[in-house]
Design a protein around this ligand. Structure first.
Ligand SMILES: C[S@@+](CC[C@H](N)C(=O)[O-])C[C@H]1O[C@@H](n2cnc3c(N)ncnc32)[C@H](O)[C@@H]1O
Ligand code: SF4
Length: 268
């Protein structure tokens, strides 16, 4: 029986409703209609181009990253996954993650993603305080973030990551711990807890807000790690925390120097 080394597929969907002032991802504010069908076809054409390199190796994970993949319709995600399945074999327990912005979802859209085969959702929550969300230029507020988490759970996304950031402008230790505690109250299977970094080429770089002093950020980090530890979340890479078997397979494949194919506008 042949032994295959793991292969992952990253699919980049680069559009967002609005560019966040801290973000240096290859992501762009959508102007007019999303060119969904054109882009889906371009992704599948790219896959065709790379097929000879893949040599029938089964995919262990697919990651729809952004940008804001949840701007795409369930139909488009279904077409991409069907197209991928027609060209490649999927491992039995393939992990299929989609990044979603709480400001772009509703029940029908989440259900359609699930039906298309997405089995892991990554929600860009960032904070659960309205004032912080405003400073971060997010298109959603706390209520929308909590609603998104609730409907994702209702629909049956057991594998759910929440993205949170800390070290935010004017953030105190209590603010940061309140975000973490509230996020954990939804029992996500995975938490990505990033320290806000000021990246060149962003609005925050040109007009840098006042960030908490290093000592406060250090206190936040220590207290947060302790809380996550108490709640049985293990830190398995710089910013990723998961309960026992819920590490992100796709993430781990990168960290273990496994092979991956990236398609789309920014293929990292
Ligand atoms: C591609 S985005 C996630 C999906 C979606 N675009 C959203 O923002 O809701 C990946 C994550 O990276 C984190 N991130 C982006 N820029 C960052 C920065 N400058 N410092 C720290 N974390 C950052 C955010 O938590 C964000 O959710
Ligand atoms: S953080 Fe997410 S929503 Fe904001 S600009 Fe970056 S990719 Fe888009």
């Amino acid at each position: 029986m042949p032994i295959f080394s793991p292969l992952s597929l990253y699919i980049h969907l680069p559009w967002c409703v609005r560019k966040c002032p801290y973000c240096d991802f290859n992501s762009h504010e959508v102007k007019g209609d999303l060119p969904e069908s054109f882009y889906v076809q371009a992704l599948l054409d790219t896959l065709d181009h790379y097929l000879p390199l893949i040599q029938n190796r089964p995919l262990i994970s697919i990651f729809f990253g952004g940008g804001t993949p949840s701007l795409f319709s369930g139909k488009s995600i279904d077409q991409i996954l069907n197209g991928a399945a027609q060209r490649l074999s999927f491992a039995l327990n393939i992990e299929i993650t989609l990044e979603a912005n709480p400001g772009t979802i509703d029940q029908a859209r989440f259900s359609a993603f699930r039906q298309a085969g997405v089995n892991r959702l990554s929600l860009g929550i960032q904070s659960l305080q309205d004032e912080k969300l405003k400073t971060l230029g997010r298109i959603h507020d706390q209520a929308q973030a909590m609603h998104a988490i609730s409907i994702a759970k209702e629909i049956g996304f057991d594998q759910m990551n929440l993205d949170l950031m800390y070290g935010l402008p004017d953030q105190s230790l209590d603010d940061a711990m309140s975000d973490l505690t509230q996020a954990l109250s939804f029992s996500p299977s995975h938490l990505s807890w990033y320290q806000l970094t000021i990246e060149p080429n962003t609005l925050f770089y040109r007009h840098t807000p006042v960030l908490p002093p290093d000592d406060t950020i250090w206190e936040i980090q220590l207290a947060g790690q302790q809380l996550l530890n108490e709640k049985k979340f293990q830190q398995y890479e710089v910013s990723a925390y998961a309960k026992s078997n819920n590490t992100c397979l796709h993430n781990m494949n990168y960290w273990m120097f496994g092979d991956y194919l990236g398609i789309g506008a920014g293929r990292a």
